[in-house]
Design a protein around this ligand. Sequence first.
Ligand code: URA
Length: 195
Amino acid sequence: HVDRQKPEIGQMDWEQLASTVANCTACPLRQSCTQTVFGVGDRNADWIYIGEGPGAREDAVGEPFVGQAGKLLDNMLAAIQLKRGHNVYITNIVKCRPPNNRNPGEDEARQCAPYLARQIELIKPKLIVALGKVAAQNLLGSQDSIASLRGKIHSFSGIPLIVTYHPAYLLRALPEKAKAWQDLCTALELMRALS
Ligand code: URA
């Protein structure tokens, strides 16, 4: 007799995980979004960049960070000689677009967290970069402001984690770009030390 029981999320391979996410109904977000946005990039990447959740463009295309904020993220990556898909994986705290791009609710983020945790386990990145407050607070289980979370080396499941501003915020707050640049330099130095 064949055991058709699905494995626990923590035991899933990429295919099982991707199809479980695509068929997830654990929270109401799936009812209002077009499709789930799983993640994109190199599954053996040293770097993982984690945003908040899909926006309108991501929801339509099925790939994270493909809108305006995504263009800035690509430029941020390029500034430290990185490229989407090459040694970089990009995903979000929640895989479904929250209505009107509101922040994901606590329960929505909690329901989605095991998927991200498994992605990180499978990738085994050397460094995690949390983009913005929602990603940072959820990954670190913290309520602290982005100003107090950036500039430090945190850890998620034993993997070093750095916090920087969300590219969508940087588009509105140009002067903060200098700080994001500092964060990228810190991340790059850390990666060099880890390699
Ligand atoms: N903002 C995010 O946090 N994630 C995306 O994928 C796009 C915009």
